[in-house]
Design a binder for this molecule. Structure first.
Ligand SMILES: Cc1cc2nc3c(=O)[nH]c(=O)nc-3n(C[C@H](O)[C@H](O)[C@H](O)COP(=O)(O)OP(=O)(O)OC[C@H]3O[C@@H](n4cnc5c(N)ncnc54)[C@H](O)[C@@H]3O)c2cc1C
Length: 422
């Protein structure tokens, strides 16, 4: 078997690379070890397929803290708007949701995946399913791919789109890094990102706050010297192991890096439950609430403030009895309580594993990749795209945008190269 382009991995980056290679006239094969293509794509955005994010390029890149700036070049060829136009031109209507996230109007991942599968057919792209690539052998004229239980496949160009190490049941188990290393590439340190964080504070171990969600709060991680590292604002949930929810997931990579950088066991973080209200404002408001309900306990009078178990926990921290009424309320203690509301501080000791993370941080070093081609600088006719690269963004369509964009550029350049060598 001989191809112009072989793409390894049928996630969003590999699907886009194969389609674009086929579109550009290359005889293309897509190899996928699973039974289905686009499994991780299908479970993104809560199973509705978060195809991209509509933010302008500059902001999009700000939401890709793992080397987003590298993407200026691939985005100049194929960016979020290109993804939107691409799907809409194929009849997939998209809608914008909060924070710029784009979803199919059908709310079904199937619509997106089926459309990509039809595109594979349209450009006569061969697919080899349930085919696990074992090795890639690089040659002067042709590269050769060894697939478990199949005859060897020769190809002019190879695109490695095998994903990271996270959520391995979707197929991405990190095998692609070895093929990149074999070509001389450096793999930067891999670490979990967009991952729930853990804590061994007694209130977590005792599950006092487990299941409580806080809406639109901010959470900040601090260096050991007390200086803030990063703040994220969004929803947060207390779990049986620590904290999760979008604000915590976004903060997680900074905590992972700080634990490593400062060689410490814990990093302090702080929740501001009301980021838009000052301590004075909150104190006045609480005092008024009590004054207007003088016979009600503060537990009753302030019950709208935050979920009850969280309220009771903060009462405890501020040494405030939940049953007292306005007549016995000491302003000094209300101020202390408000301080806890604005600066609820606790220690994080790590995160769940890379396998449980939404995204893998680190990957193939970008110094060794030509950004406008996604070609290897070290091996002729070798291309990379998607999460296997040292690029990671927040969830919200940013990783998928990076995957489609780098996939498009890799597929196009691999096809051009293969055809120009004929
Ligand atoms: C639950 C969840 C939700 C997410 N939500 C979002 C979100 O809302 N927004 C966002 O931007 N990102 C999200 N992501 C991340 C996003 O889905 C990934 O970044 C993206 O899928 C990466 O695309 P990829 O093509 O590089 O790799 P993958 O999608 O991981 O695809 C890699 C493919 O390569 C195949 N493969 C691997 N090794 C071999 C081999 N040896 N032989 C053959 N095939 C092989 C795998 O089977 C897999 O199909 C989410 C991830 C998860 C797990």
């Amino acid at each position: 078997m001989k191809y112009d382009v072989v793409v390894i991995g049928g996630g969003p980056s590999g699907l886009m690379a194969a389609i674009t290679a086929g579109q550009n006239g290359a005889k293309t094969l897509l190899i996928e070890k699973g039974k289905k293509l686009g499994r991780k794509l299908a479970i993104s955005g809560g199973g509705r397929c978060n195809v991209t994010n509509v933010l302008p390029d500059e902001e999009l890149i700000d939401h890709i803290p793992g080397n987003g700036r590298f993407l200026y070049s691939p985005f100049s060829t194929f960016n979020n708007q290109s993804i939107i136009d691409y799907f809409e031109s194929l009849g997939v209507n998209l809608k914008e949701e909060d924070k710029g996230r784009m979803f199919p109007v059908s709310d079904s991942a199937k619509t997106v995946v089926q459309t990509l599968l039809k595109e594979l057919d349209r450009y006569n792209i061969d697919t080899l399913m349930e085919a696990k690539v074992d090795a890639v052998h690089y040659g002067d004229e042709l590269h050769q791919i060894t697939v478990d239980g199949h005859e060897k496949i020769n190809t002019s160009c190879v695109v490695i789109a095998a994903g990271g190490k996270s959520v391995p049941h979707t197929g991405s188990e990190g095998q692609g890094y070895a093929w990149a290393k074999k070509a001389g590439h450096t793999i930067t340190k891999l670490y979990p990102t967009e991952v729930p964080m853990t804590s061994n504070e007694p209130f977590i171990v005792n599950r006092d706050l487990q299941g409580i969600s806080l809406r639109d709060v901010s959470i900040t991680a601090f260096k050991p010297n007390g200086k803030p590292i990063k703040t994220h604002r969004w929803d947060l949930i207390f779990t049986h192991q620590g904290v999760s929810g979008p604000a915590a997931l976004r903060l997680s990579q900074y905590v992972v890096k700080a634990l490593d950088q400062f060689n410490v066991d814990t990093i302090t973080c702080e929740i501001d439950t009301f980021p838009d209200r000052s301590e004075d404002e909150l104190t006045q408001w609480l005092l008024e609430q009590s004054k207007n309900n003088p016979n009600k306990s503060i537990k009753q009078a302030w019950k709208e403030l935050v979920p009850e178990r969280y309220l009771l926990h903060l009462f405890d921290l501020a040494d405030l009895s939940p049953m007292q009424t306005y007549h016995h309320l000491e302003k000094r203690k209300v101020i202390d309580f408000v301080n806890k509301l604005k600066h609820f501080s606790f220690k994080l000791n790590g995160t769940l594993s890379i396998e449980k993370a939404f995204i893998t941080g680190g990957g193939i070093s970008l110094k060794e990749i030509v950004p406008n081609e996604m070609a290897s600088k070290l091996m002729d006719r070798l291309y990379f795209c998607g999460e296997i690269l040292d690029i990671h963004g927040y969830t919200g369509g940013f990783n998928i945008t990076a995957a489609f964009s780098t996939g498009h550029v890799a597929g196009m350049n691999a096809a051009w190269k293969a055809l120009s060598n004929k």
